[in-house]
Design a binder for this molecule. Sequence first.
Ligand SMILES: Nc1ncnc2c1ncn2[C@@H]1O[C@H](COP(=O)(O)OP(=O)(O)OP(=O)(O)O)[C@@H](O)[C@H]1O
Ligand SMILES: [Mg+2]
Length: 233
Amino acid sequence: MGVAITLRGVSRAHGSTKALDEVSLEFAAGGATALMGHSGAGKSTLLQVIGGMDLPDSGEIRIDGHALPRRGLDAHRRRVGFVFQRFHLLPALSALDNVLAPLLPYRVGFDRKARARELLKAVGLAERERALPSELSGGQQQRVAIARALIGRPPLLLADEPTGNLDSATGQEIVDLLLGLREQYGMTMLIATHNPELAATCDRLVRLADGRVTGDDLVSPAPDVLDRIGRLG
Ligand SMILES: Nc1ncnc2c1ncn2[C@@H]1O[C@H](COP(=O)(O)OP(=O)(O)OP(=O)(O)O)[C@@H](O)[C@H]1O
Ligand SMILES: [Mg+2]
């Protein structure tokens, strides 16, 4: 299951720049939210403070009701999967080994290769587990990066412009894949994107400008509603 996230008055400044300025937001467990806003609006900063990779200067972040501590965030980070614009695959490792890489420092109580293969299958790359990143297209490399982000079964997936390096058709495939994986695994998803079409396929759209929330809307109707609309039409 996904986690619920609450931010109350979260601020983060870099010098005189307010990257986040008193941001208060709630994200329901299992929801998929798109974050939009101009370059410098604070999208990446928001993902980083929620993911425990950066600390807010003030305000509070709660995950399932528990305030994130200011120290000892490792346990939190282990429950977060990250997907980036640049896929950041390790070039000398096969697709399978890239998916396994996050588990290297840990003892785990499950069959790690079986899980990595299950995830490569879920992202449509079952046949390419031995391929090196250089032998894969951009969209395929991002699929490997998504499988890698999910290897620890994170209840929270943060994606920072996951389609930024892809053409629009491939980008839409990646977002559809993410939404399908959310159905399957139930994690809460936050996706920073500049693409309004991709954002419209999430179930909520939050807009940021200059570190502040300027819009917050539910977007596409649920699939069952679409079904009904289709039947009526
Ligand atoms: N490490 C840093 N040092 C100084 N300023 C920073 C740092 N990180 C972010 N900023 C500033 O904070 C503001 C918010 O940056 P952020 O990266 O969150 O924006 P963004 O919405 O992700 O933009 P983009 O769409 O370009 O990725 C910007 O003005 C940026 O220059
Ligand atoms: Mg950014």
